[in-house]
Ligand binder design. Structure first.
Ligand code: HEM
Length: 161
């Protein structure tokens, strides 16, 4: 093994071996990278500020995940999910995409949604719930649309039909 591979291996093992928080379940090994977020960040910090920074994003994500779990149209998909981990990684991902000073440490979108059998309708229901959560946080419509424009192309990496 060449010298430069050792730190990479250590990072992969770290990412997989012990959950970042005690309440989280371990997941299969993966390489931690911002590229796993599935898109590039919005430039500048204006949109991040419109979401009220990390605390605002955390509120939106918490409301979104809770609403998905309670939404009879998609609740079954969330039955076996690790909600602690989902809230943490989704908050990181949104902060990163919105131009905040946050790294994404979760899995890529294909790995995260593997075997869920997601359909376009599931994606649309989740977007509806996200819009509700962003409204609740008081995020202006134009800033909501900046995030949605980044998320929309990800559909093809997770939806099966
Ligand atoms: C653009 C849209 C979406 C984004 C950005 C997104 C993002 C994420 C992220 C960051 C994770 C966690 C990754 C990790 O654990 O490392 C995740 C997991 C998950 N997502 Fe999504 N997701 C999207 C769409 C959906 C949809 C449409 C559904 C279902 C209606 C869904 C259901 C789930 C579930 C159930 C998990 C947890 C899987 C587990 O615990 O193993 N996601 N998603």
């Amino acid at each position: 093994m060449t010298a430069f591979r050792l730190p990479i291996l250590a990072f992969v093992l770290l990412a997989a071996g012990s959950p970042a928080f005690a309440a989280e379940q371990p997941v299969d090994p993966y390489v931690v990278s911002d590229a796993n977020a599935g898109t590039t960040p919005i430039q500048g910090d204006a949109v991040y500020k419109a979401f009220h920074g990390r605390e605002g994003v955390a509120r939106i994500v918490s409301d979104l995940v809770d609403r998905n779990v309670d939404d009879p149209r998609i609740s079954d998909i969330f039955k076996a999910a690790d909600l602690e981990r989902l809230k943490r990684t989704l908050t990181e991902q949104f902060c990163y995409i919105l131009g905040g000073p946050v790294s994404y440490t979760g899995r890529d979108m294909t790995a995260a949604h593997k075997d869920q059998g997601l359909q376009t309708s599931d994606f649309n229901f989740l977007v509806e719930n996200l819009q509700w959560a962003m409204d609740k946080e008081g995020v202006p419509f134009r800033d909501q649309n900046r995030l949605l424009a980044k998320l929309a192309p990800m559909k093809r990496t997770m939806v099966e039909r």
